[in-house]
Design a protein around this ligand. Structure first.
Ligand code: PGA
Length: 251
């Protein structure tokens, strides 16, 4: 079985001015020791990318953007391209987060375009999937996640230029304080683990993260599950002490 390096990513969403972002990035870098067996990624808002990139220089912590457009350049007011993100120092980009799907009209088709564009630009996408509470209660969880995977990954193969990361984030668990139980999470992660090679061919190296109200208190029990390779953390990534505890629990 492939041993995958755990990945803990902090999604700062629409938080942090430049001064706040600089201070938080510095505290996290100071708290991440070189011998830690965890990859750590920070996803600040666009405005703070270069500021945080400067703080991360020389540290093992990597930079991510929270979204991207798919065109490389052009008349797309307000949009940011994968090439620009790469230029700003990003190694990763979150694609298809449920808040983008819910508030900004993201579909499986636009997610697919973004995944392809990010990979072509040399970025590692963190591809988010997950069901709503209504879909879970209707017993549709695996069907919904399966469709997101099939349509999101259409046209891609296992030999992507950069490694892909998948994040399972049940929508009902994001920012609500409701965490999926390790059993609920493991069921979907195991499903994704089986689905990925069917869709992509080789997929052993693909890490599958869990996201949704991850805290220092619940992270260790989630990370113990066989098919959970890390976490995408929102609220608890906004303070260094809670984020560093989650990193430590994964190492
Ligand atoms: P949360 O957010 O940890 O605040 O629930 C997770 C996410 O949206 O990635």
């Amino acid at each position: 079985m492939t041993k995958r390096l755990p990945l803990i990513a902090g999604n700062w969403k629409m938080h942090k001015t430049l001064g706040e972002a600089r201070a938080l990035a510095r505290e996290i870098c100071q708290g991440v020791t070189g011998d830690l067996k965890v990859e750590v990624v920070l996803a600040p808002p666009y405005t703070a990318l270069t500021t945080v990139a400067a703080e991360l220089s020389g540290s093992p912590v990597k930079l991510a953007a929270q979204d991207t457009f798919w065109e490389p350049q052009g008349a797309f007011t307000g949009a940011i391209s994968p090439l620009m993100l790469k230029d700003a120092g990003c190694r990763y980009v979150i694609v298809g987060h449920s808040e983008r799907r819910q508030h900004f009209g993201e579909t499986n088709q636009t997610v697919n375009l973004k995944l392809k564009a990010a990979l072509a630009a040399g970025l590692c996408p963190i591809f988010c999937v997950g069901e709503t509470i209504a879909e879970r209660q209707a017993g549709q969880t695996l069907k919904v996640v399966g469709r997101q995977l099939i349509e999101g990954l259409a046209g891609l193969t296992g030999d992507t230029p950069e490694p892909l990361v998948v994040a399972y984030e049940p929508v009902w668990a994001i920012g609500t304080g409701l965490t999926a139980t390790p059993d609920q999470t493991q069921e979907v992660h195991a499903f994704i683990r089986v689905k990925l090679p069917e869709l992509l061919g080789a997929a052993d190296d693909i890490r599958i993260l869990y996201g949704g109200s991850v805290t220092p208190e619940n992270s260790a029990s989630l990370m113990r599950e066989a098919d959970i390779d890390g976490a995408l953390v929102g609220g608890a990534s906004l303070k260094s002490d809670s984020f560093l505890k989650i990193i430590a629990a994964a190492g």
